[in-house]
Design a protein around this ligand. Structure first.
Ligand code: ATP
Length: 356
């Protein structure tokens, strides 16, 4: 099982309930910012990228290759499309998993038009032979296509038109340095502040023709885990609730009631997150406990707990990964309204980890 697919699907489905991929993609496309002016937040990335693109346009040149890293839903695909729009160039979209042979990549590269943007999502999941072909393509705009097998095989040089590769990855650490070094501009996408997500929500509500007040947007933003994709999904679920249960207008009360139905709590924890924390606190006294044991206790796969629930719980300061296993922090006990048991080590039994 590849955790990336599971992460993205599980992440998307579990947070706000399952929905048809096609519907999600259509709405995501409709809400996607079309230029840097509409792209909210990521100030540093936008400023740097704007310089790269304006300088390339001024020189009448193709933009340098760009690497975008960051967690799912933070805007990497959006930025790749904005790069193509700002360069007034076509964009070709593919992904690492779709390119398993060097021939697949050669076919794509040889069909690119001059100046075209090639967006390679999940670039860390490309096969090694394809990756090595990319090195020469990025640097010399040339690939050697091997024809035949064994001693009779010959390499046919294939000249490529200048193009811009935009690579996206949620696992920058998995990229080999020779590949990473060939990008002229690399940017790491940070999680968004609640105020930025409020702006995303107001913008999306306007596009969806949904009436929402500041408090309603604030309530949704505070539970969107710093992620625009999640903010948009929660907005649509709250819109459904407001439409069915009220007069369609979203205020703080409606947002709170709707998010209670979807079991997204005040900090953005969903059912899975709370299941992990509750097991850790109620079954294992706050830990330390091994990942496998914790996963069995919540009835989930190890990878689901480790890659889907834990990054957020760790980022929120509710769970710590220690050499002795997973441990709940004092904030976790407080968040679930539970009192840590007294124990011989004093405090919640994890005194030596977080102070008695
Ligand atoms: N800065 C932003 N301003 C407004 N909306 C945004 C921003 N970034 C992302 N979004 C919204 O969030 C949605 C998801 O963004 P996007 O698909 O670009 O994320 P991603 O990082 O490529 O995710 P993944 O890694 O899963 O492919 C987009 O449809 C867009 O509407």
């Amino acid at each position: 099982m590849n955790w990336d697919e599971t992460t993205d699907d599980a992440d998307a489905e579990r947070l706000v309930g399952a929905s048809t991929d096609r519907e999600e993609q259509a709405v995501e496309a409709a809400l996607r910012p079309k230029d840097l002016g509409e792209f909210i937040g990521q100030e540093k990335v936008r400023e740097q990228l704007d310089l790269v693109l304006r300088a390339a346009r001024a020189r009448g040149a193709t933009a340098d290759h760009v690497l975008l890293s960051g967690a799912p839903g933070l805007g990497k695909t959006t930025l790749s499309m904005i790069i193509a729009a700002e360069m007034e160039a076509p964009i070709r979209i593919t992904s690492g998993p779709a390119i398993q042979h060097a021939g697949d990549l050669a076919a794509i590269l040889s069909s690119l038009q001059e100046g075209e943007v090639l967006f390679l999502d999940e670039i860390h999941r490309m096969s090694r032979p394809a990756e090595e072909m990319l090195y020469m393509a990025m640097e010399d705009f040339r690939v050697d296509v091997i024809v035949g097998k064994g001693p009779g095989a010959t390499a046919i040089p294939l000249e490529l038109p200048p193009f811009t590769l935009v690579g996206a990855t949620t696992r920058a650490g998995l990229l080999p340095p020779p590949l990473r070094d060939r990008f002229g501009f690399t940017a790491h996408m940070e999680f968004y502040e609640p105020a930025e997500l409020e702006r995303v929500i107001h913008r999306s509500a306007h596009l969806l023709d949904v009436e929402i007040d500041t408090d309603g947007a604030g309530e949704i933003a505070g539970r969107s885990r710093g992620t625009p994709r999640i903010a948009n999904r929660l907005l649509r679920r709250v819109r459904d609730y407001a439409q069915v249960k009220a007069d369609g207008v979203i205020d703080q009360d409606i947002a709170r009631a709707a998010l209670a139905v979807y079991e997204v709590d005040s900090r953005g924890l969903d059912r899975l997150d709370r299941g992990v924390l509750e097991a850790l606190l109620k079954l294992f006294g706050g830990g330390p406990v091994g990942l496998s044991t914790l996963a069995v206790a919540v009835g989930e796969e190890r990878e689901t707990v480790e890659e889907v629930a834990e990054p957020f719980l760790v980022r929120e300061g509710l769970l710590a990964r220690t050499p002795r296993g997973r441990v709940a922090t004092p904030a976790a006990w407080a968040h679930l309204g539970l009192t840590p048991p007294r124990s011989s080590t004093g405090g919640n039994g994890q005194g030596d980890l977080f102070g008695a």
